[in-house]
Each structure stands twice: as structure tokens, then as C-alpha cells.
Design a protein around this ligand. Structure first.
Ligand code: PRP
Ligand code: HPA
Ligand code: MG
Length: 179
């Protein structure tokens, strides 16, 4: 796997340290309140598992799986629910947990969908934000790292379903895309 990588952008240690800070922010924001973490499958599996274990206050955990349609590799913003939440979020404080916000279109749709269910609040926490996400009106309360517009893998992020299990975030060598 090592020869497939071009460079490491965020090390395992940097992820762990930043996650502790993010968890402290979340603990402070939701102190004394009911909190439900909603992870977006499959990319958010790592960040959800690690972030939840850094929280000191109790929280619920639920999952959604969604799929974006569109030609090419960019998200069209038209989203289909593959797996819905198991629980009712009415009057609950929802914190969506994501691995990356790239175009922002997936999350923009998801926030609208979840808000229509009558929650007390819907906020967003993401490990990585890319520059394009600034063009979409999204209120992101918690960001791990702002990274440039490059395709990244690791820590949940995949290329063709590979590399999700890397403990760091990096870019792939050109030969991987060229086959
Ligand atoms: O901001 P956007 O441009 O909409 O892209 C971000 C979304 O795309 C990726 O998920 P993907 O749909 O590839 O599925 P996965 O989580 O199973 O990898 C990523 O995990 C985010 O959920
Ligand atoms: O940079 C990325 N890497 C992997 N999956 C993604 N989904 C949106 N952007 C990315
Ligand atoms: Mg995803």
C-alpha cells in the first residue's frame, strides 16, 4: 500500500490531537443537553468511533447511508437515502459527523432533510473541509482540518473502496489513478 501514496497531509498523531480539541468543544456546547451523533456511512466510521470515545458527556449514535447521483466524479446534489436513521430525531440535538465536506452538496441536502423532521437543532462536525464547501451555504460548527482541493484517502476516505483503513490522511500517487 505504501507505494500507492504520494504524500501524507495529516498524520495519525495530528488527527488524535485535533480530535481531542473537537471533543472538548462538543462537550462544552452540549453540556447538560441530549446529544445524538449521526454518522454518514461509510466514510465517517473512523471519525465517529474515535470522536465519540473522546467525549466525556453521554451521547446517542445513529447512522445514515446516502448516495449522490451524477455523471463523473462530482456530486450532483441529488441524494437518495440508502439507510435511514433508526431513531426519531424530533426535539433532539443532532450533530452530523462527516469525514469530508468537498462540494458540500451531500450535506446541504442532508441538513435540509433532517431539519424537516423537527429536531431541536442540527449542527455539522467534519474532519476535513475542502475549499469548494465555502460556496454552499452550510453552517459547519466543527472542522478538523481545512485541506486544499486534492483527492485524499485514509481515515475513512476511499478511492474505489480502498485505503479507508489508513490511520492518516494523504494523497495517492498518479499511477494509482492511471491504472
Ligand atoms: O461534499 P460532497 O462533494 O457532497 O462529498 C462528501 C461526501 O462524499 C463522500 O461520501 P461518498 O458518497 O463517496 O460515500 P462513502 O462515505 O461511502 O465513501 C464523503 O464521505 C462525504 O459523505
Ligand atoms: O477527497 C476525497 N476523497 C475521498 N472521497 C471523497 N468524497 C468527496 N471528496 C473526497
Ligand atoms: Mg460519505
Amino acid at each position: 500500500m505504501g507505494q500507492d501514496l504520494e504524500k501524507i497531509l495529516v498524520t495519525e498523531e495530528q488527527i488524535k490531537a485535533r480530535q481531542r480539541e473537537m471533543a472538548a468543544e462538543i462537550d462544552a456546547t452540549y453540556a447538560g443537553k441530549d446529544l445524538l451523533l449521526v454518522g454518514v456511512l461509510k466514510g465517517a466510521v473512523m471519525v465517529m468511533a474515535d470522536l465519540a470515545r473522546e467525549l466525556h458527556n453521554p451521547c446517542g449514535m445513529d447512522w445514515m447511508a446516502v448516495s449522490s447521483y451524477g455523471a463523473g466524479t462530482t456530486s450532483s446534489g441529488v441524494v437518495r437515502i440508502i439507510k435511514d436513521l433508526d431513531c426519531d430525531i424530533k426535539d433532539r440535538n443532532v450533530l452530523i459527523v462527516e469525514d469530508v465536506i468537498d462540494s458540500g452538496l451531500t450535506l446541504s441536502w442532508l441538513v435540509g432533510n433532517l431539519k424537516s423532521r423537527g429536531p431541536a437543532s442540527v449542527e455539522i462536525c467534519t474532519m476535513v473541509r475542502k475549499p469548494l464547501a465555502f460556496d454552499v451555504e452550510l453552517d459547519i460548527s466543527c472542522v478538523g482540518f481545512d485541506l486544499p482541493n486534492e483527492f485524499i484517502v485514509g481515515y475513512g476516505l476511499d478511492y474505489a473502496e480502498h485505503y479507508r483503513n489508513l490511520p492518516f490522511i494523504g494523497t495517492l500517487a498518479p499511477h494509482v489513478y492511471q491504472g
